[in-house]
Design a protein around this ligand. Sequence first.
Ligand code: ZN
Length: 290
Amino acid sequence: MSDEAEHDVVTYEVRGHVAVVTLNRPQYSNAQNSKVTYALDSAFVRAVEDDNVKVIVLAGNGKHFCGGHDIGTPGRDIDESFERKAVIYWDHIGRSGVDSRLARESEVYLGMCRRWREIPKPMIAMVQGACIAGGLMLAWSCDFIVASDDAFFADPVVRMGIPGVEYFAHPWVMNPRAAKELLFTADRFKSDRALALGMVNHVVPREELAEFTFTMADRIAEMPPLGLALTKKAVNQAEDLMGMRSGMDSVFGLHHAAHAHNAEVAVDSLAGLDARSMAKANKMSPVQGA
Ligand code: ZN
């Protein structure tokens, strides 16, 4: 149990017409637990309901944007119940096996990321340092990504026998062959490689990241809000017509087959891997990009 409050783990501020939602667990590389996802959800609702806010920037405080899902900090809250806000599924608490895991991950991972992708205001992810696994889900839920030259990305959950993180956008945000390579190898890839794959829109020096992102956000904020909302929906609909939504639904089933297999034959649903062993393996994996 952690004594971190919701308003501590995610901060919210408005700069002109831009809401800045910031992950704020820098001591844990902004590892993402349910307290964080519910706090993000609250912050995004606040930004949507404020007519003064035209654009949302999602940022991470500290050296890293987000090191992934919380599978090992003192604030890990997988066994906690939260005030039901999203109500995508019933509460996972008091249930077991797939009945628990599917409920929890439908709500706090896949369901919430999908809700955020549909937010009717443009969202820019501003990414520095690590953006690993669960961090990718947050960045991919945004409309596009501006990354610093020190940013690096990876989805290493195949090490757990799991076919990628819950929000399985990989083949659409890069391309199917790159997705296969980066999932098969668990390689980390730097922002220049992500740029070449079309996964990020811009790479800028670390010290220019905030200024570049906010300048772009301010420019977008001058456009008519309805035009932005309709354009966002138009592109999202096109992406879904390319199979993203139904593809994610089918892969979510594979993801849960993998969790269930692990729970059946290994020590737990993560095949016995934890934050420490994953971090160690990730550090040893090659890095693609300059
Ligand atoms: Zn999962």
